[in-house]
Write a protein that binds this ligand. Structure first.
Ligand code: DP6
Length: 332
């Protein structure tokens, strides 16, 4: 009863912000993203009667593997309990997980973590879920965006009317379009407010109804732009979406500032690149770091441009990748 899974992080083009049901992690809107090939979590799960309690070990980016406790451990155990219940067992397990990028910095580490955990635990328990069922089970772990890390490539998480209708589907495989996400890290510090707090306070913003209204059209436009590989339309829409999310956060009660001064400087750098004829667009998740989305043909030039900025501590870049996979090499 041991299995290992690898799952990617993803970057949303139309972002999930605000829920209609907290316990079931049901979102207020559809969201669309691409999976990030080079930014992933690998997780091994082993259920065995020899364990008297669940053991959770995480190797955070560039840190040695450590046992986790408290809230982080409890979220993992809650997800394991959901899956154990399906099998009607109480067998304890050991979970070991490693990440190849920093957690809590605006790159969805919980997305890759919960997709990898759920896929590995389902395989270890021989639950054999369909892709749709795996996306639903992953979503129930509480990190909703993780549902989008299950199918391959470009994905859309359908809001759905109930729990069984709320899951992510593949819109196009990774080979469909050679987009690149260049992630500019300006701060690896823990973000000022969790996404959880952000989702919960979204409705306190007077602009949130306007966001939900504009999303109806944006979801259609972004889906079409992905299918038609229309980079100009995609880029315009993803910038509008990121600004609309941050406007909602900034006008929530109390306001949530995810941006640092460097975040704004980088937005202007992206505008400057476009003035020079290099097509690149920004998006920003719940943190200060900036994701620059471009086509492969411009990626090297853009990466080089940002490498000379002293206030950027790290740059990651990634093409489009597959979703959650079972792999044969275990972590213990
Ligand atoms: C801004 O509740 O899925 O990234 O559990 O913190 O990873 P974490 O986040 P989740 O919210 C994601 C919020 C977002 C937008 C998005 O990815 O759609």
């Amino acid at each position: 009863m041991k299995a290992t899974a690898q799952a990617p992080s993803n970057i949303a083009f139309v972002k999930y912000w605000g829920k209609s049901n907290n316990a079931l992690t049901l979102p207020n809107n559809n969201s669309l993203s691409m999976n990030l090939e080079s930014l992933h979590t690998i997780t091994t799960v082993e259920f065995d009667e020899m364990y008297s309690e669940d053991l959770v070990e995480i190797g955070f980016f560039q840190e040695s593997i450590q046992k986790v406790s408290g809230g982080k451990k409890q979220r993992v155990i809650d997800q394991l309990n959901r899956l154990r219940q399906l099998k009607n067992i109480t067998t304890r397990c050991r979970v070991r997980s490693i990440n190849n990028f920093p957690a809590d910095a605006g790159i969805a580490s919980s997305a890759s973590a919960f997709a990898a955990l759920t896929a590995a635990a389902c395989a270890a328990l021989q639950l054999k879920p369909s892709l749709k069922e795996l996306s639903i089970l992953t979503r129930l772990g509480g990190s909703g965006s993780a549902a989008r890390s299950v199918p391959d490539g470009f994905t859309e998480w359908k809001r759905g009317k109930n729990s069984n209708g709320s899951y992510a589907v593949e819109l196009a495989p990774p080979s469909h379009w050679d987009l690149v996400d260049i992630v500019l890290i300006v701060s690896q510090a823990e973000k000022s407010a969790s996404s959880l707090e952000g989702h919960e306070s979204a409705e306190t913003s007077p602009y949130y109804p306007a966001r939900l209204h504009e999303l109806k059209q944006r979801v259609v436009r972004v889906r079409k732009a992905i299918m038609a590989k229309d980079f100009h339309t995609l880029g315009q829409e993803i910038e509008k979406d990121a600004l609309s999310l941050h406007l909602t956060a900034l006008t929530s009660v109390p306001p949530i500032w995810y941006w640092q001064p460097e975040t704004i400087a980088l937005i202007h750098e992206v505008y400057a690149l476009r003035r020079q004829g290099i097509e690149a667009y920004f998006t920003i998740d719940a943190g200060p770091n900036v994701h620059v989305i471009c086509e492969q043909k411009n990626a090297q030039k853009i990466r080089k441009h940002f490498a000379s900025q002293a206030y950027i501590s790290k740059i990651f870049s990634s093409g489009v990748g597959k979703g959650a996979q079972i792999i044969s090499k275990h972590l213990f």
